[in-house]
Design a protein around this ligand. Structure first.
Ligand SMILES: NC(=O)C1=CN([C@@H]2O[C@H](COP(=O)(O)OP(=O)(O)OC[C@H]3O[C@@H](n4cnc5c(N)ncnc54)[C@H](O)[C@@H]3O)[C@@H](O)[C@H]2O)C=CC1
Ligand SMILES: O=C(O)[C@@H]1CCC=N1
Length: 266
């Protein structure tokens, strides 16, 4: 069967996206070719997903749809090593933080380019991906990109000027939430809970709160007010959070990550 999707870089995000594309039937394993320099990673991808693997980026780049899943720091080097013949894909999808549509269009002349920002909950189909289309993209290509990223969760379309901010929030956000869950569990241990119980309580509290907000569509501030009894435990905890700058820490984290995304595109 002919390869339909080539992927350059077979790391964390490529694995997450490819696994969901296969599970959802968007592509068959024989229709995907991943180029990856690390032998053990190639073997793992082939064994786990049955996809084609290669150490030659030019082979992956010949596919009609090419997904770039390398680190932004190696983008220039990877592009410089692609031969003109492999400048064949009709559609290039980039998941690279920071790398701009203009850079992508310069690297793939005459090809349609869509810059995207997915996130790691993609692994379980609960991701959210923002797409931003370049000038050469037609409606069918936006539809195809949407279909590909819907395999890993929600898809939204934004102007490119917002993609660095998206990166700072939803791209990097899973790490902030993971730290929050770890810290909540540490707090539980500090308050006397056995570790396994603290871990379970912390995780389910975040999962349950996110699900409740999502399903009820109430504002987070309303939910906070519902939990907070006058003179009770929650307001005692919130007072400490405010003293420690919890809100501003999160705000500053998103801004710092967005700023770093901008820097990566320079
Ligand atoms: N990890 C995350 O949560 C997210 C990452 N991204 C973006 O996705 C991209 C990939 O990130 P990860 O998957 O986390 O990184 P990763 O390090 O897990 O994967 C990158 C892969 O590229 C391979 N690679 C290195 N040099 C190469 C070359 N010359 N040719 C081909 N492959 C090469 C590496 O061996 C590695 O397997 C980055 O650009 C990042 O900005 C986007 C959204 C979320
Ligand atoms: O940390 C990074 O640069 C990548 C982009 C978004 C999430 N991880």
């Amino acid at each position: 069967m002919a390869v339909k999707l080539g992927v350059i870089g077979g790391g964390v995000m490529a694995s997450a996206i490819v696994s969901r594309l296969l599970a959802g039937g968007t592509y068959q394993s024989t229709e995907i070719l991943i180029s990856e320099p690390t032998l053990s990673q190639r073997e793992a991808l082939h064994q786990q997903y049955g996809v084609g693997v290669t150490d030659d980026n030019n082979l992956a780049a010949m596919s009609p749809v090419l997904m770039l899943a390398i680190k932004p720091q190696v983008f220039d080097r990877v592009v410089a090593q692609l031969s003109p013949l492999s400048n064949n894909p009709q559609l290039v999808l980039s998941i690279l933080a920071g790398v701009k549509i203009a850079q992508l269009e310069g690297a793939f002349p005459d090809r349609a380019v869509i810059r995207t920002m997915p996130n790691t909950p993609a692994t379980v189909g609960m991701g959210i991906t923002a797409l931003s289309a370049g000038a050469r993209v037609d409606a069918a290509q936006i539809e195809l990109a949407t279909q590909i990223f819907q395999a890993v969760g929600e898809v939204i379309t934004v102007p490119e000027s917002l993609l660095d901010a998206v990166t700072g929030l939803s791209g990097s956000g899973p790490a902030y939430i993971a730290i929050a869950i770890e810290a909540l569990a540490d707090g539980g241990v500090a308050a006397g809970l056995p570790r396994p119980i603290a871990d379970r309580l912390a995780l389910q509290t975040v999962l349950g709160t996110a699900t409740l907000l999502n399903e009820s569509q109430i504002h987070p501030a309303q939910l906070k007010d519902r939990v907070t009894s006058p003179g009770g435990t929650t307001i005692a905890g919130i007072t400490k959070l405010e003293q420690a700058g919890f809100r501003s820490a999160l705000i500053e984290a998103v801004i710092a990550a967005a700023t770093r995304s901008q820097e990566l595109g320079k």
